[in-house]
Design a protein around this ligand. Structure first.
Ligand SMILES: *Cc1c(COP(=O)(O)O)cnc(C)c1O
Length: 397
């Protein structure tokens, strides 16, 4: 065939869309930019007159499809039509919300027992920029109301329930009631529960963040985050603008992996919860164990609240051996199947020592005040046969 254009031009040129029938599985749109049919269409899309894509930092079909699915799950069965955005990590979702919503002089009211990275973000990055954080025990509702009443600079109430790694819970309905009374945004990290086990929108929460790296993906092969906001317009304007300009967007590859993992979310969360309860009951009955933190155990201080807010208690627990730090280190040395890894929410069981790993950079007095003692061991209970998980930990004790 006689070609009209040159060999190297054929190499450089894109091929026409070869699609005949629609793919069954969401494709990965690996493209930086989107091409316009005409200059007029380009202008209409840029000015928002016509819906369309421009550049993958602003939005991309793969990323948006996955964000929308997470939004649907958070709003499932509720009278909420939220906006959802996918980010490069859980941390970038949290930082983008704060950047988009707050300004210097504003204060965040939160708890001492947050995810270690969140505490560091608030104190090391936002504090020097003039956004202060006050930390309280958010289970003390009187103290929370007193703080809201006396400090008008508070613009946001940020919490985690259950929280890392003691699985302490806070009362979302009560906190949202107070926040509404004082005109304050509420923001919850729902990473541990996923919308299958807990839907914070039910209790009036404004913003929900996920490290999708954990249970939503569930297979430990991508880093990404999601933010779901009750006010779709606010998500579409202020928050999307902050994402676009700070460049905290997700990538289509990571989004695709999150989506692939989410297909089995309900099945996995049931099994994670069932296995964790089995392990918690075994540990609680063991004479070498001093304390077990699992909200599904009647002995947990937040058992009643956990039962109210969650469908099941999830895959995370922590415990303290009678021998403290040395006994804990010994146990971790002897494990055969459980992995020592600083993540959670994966298919296999992961064990971590918070004092020397996830909470290493948190001052010791804050750590101890929140029950993160030197001998505490955190377990992300996996999907293995429960007999093998218990067997491995039993032989290591
Ligand atoms: C892991 C985690 C984060 C941070 O998410 P990344 O995806 O690692 O940035 C935030 N909150 C909780 C509860 C987490 O477990």
């Amino acid at each position: 065939m006689k070609e009209k254009i040159q060999f190297d031009t054929i190499c450089a040129k894109e091929v026409p869309d070869p699609r005949t029938t629609a793919p069954h599985i969401l494709p990965i749109y690996a493209t930086s930019a989107f091409a316009f049919d005409s200059i007029d269409q380009g202008i209409d899309i840029f000015t928002g007159k016509e819906k369309g894509h421009v550049y993958s930092r602003y939005g991309n079909p793969t990323i948006e499809a996955v964000a929308e699915k997470i939004g649907r799950l958070e709003a499932f069965g509720l009278d909420v039509d939220p906006g959802a955005i996918l980010f490069s990590s859980g941390m970038s979702a949290i930082s983008t919300l704060i950047m988009g919503l707050l300004k210097s002089g504003d204060t965040i009211l939160s708890q001492g027992n947050l995810y270690g990275g969140t505490t560091e973000l608030l104190t090391k990055i936002f504090q020097p920029l003039g956004i202060q954080t006050t930390m309280l025990d958010l289970r003390n509702l009187e103290a929370v109301e007193q703080q809201l009443k006396t400090d008008p600079s508070i613009r946001m109430l940020l919490f985690e329930t259950p929280a890392n790694p003691t699985l302490a819970c806070v009362d979302m309905e009560a906190l949202c009631g107070l926040a509404k009374k004082y005109g304050v945004y509420t923001f919850v990290d729902n990473t541990f529960s996923t919308p299958y086990l807990q839907q914070p929108f039910k209790y009036g929460v404004d913003f929900i963040v996920h490290s999708t790296t954990k249970f939503l993906n569930g297979h430990g092969n991508s880093i990404a985050g999601a933010l779901v906001g009750r006010d779709k317009e606010l998500m579409r304007t202020k928050i999307w603008t902050a994402m676009k300009l700070a460049g905290t967007n997700s990538s289509p590859w990571e989004a695709w992996l999150v989506h692939n993992g989410m297909k089995t979310l309900a099945l996995r969360m049931d099994r994670h919860s069932e296995n964790a309860l089995g392990l918690a009951r075994f540990l609680e009955a063991h004479n070498k164990v001093d304390r077990v933190n699992y909200p599904g155990l009647e002995s947990h201080p937040d058992y009643v609240l956990g039962q109210k807010q969650m469908r099941a208690s999830g895959g995370m627990l922590s415990f303290e051996l009678a021998g403290g730090l040395e006994a804990g280190k010994n146990l971790m040395r002897k494990l055969k199947y459980c992995s020592l890894a600083p993540s959670l929410g994966e298919v296999d069981t992961l064990i971590l020592h918070p004092a020397s790993m996830s909470h290493l950079n948190i001052p010791k007095e804050i750590r101890l005040k929140n029950g993160i003692t030197d001998g505490l061991i955190r377990v992300s209970v996996g999907l293995e046969n429960i007999t093998d998980i218990i067997g491995d930990i039993e032989q290591a004790m």
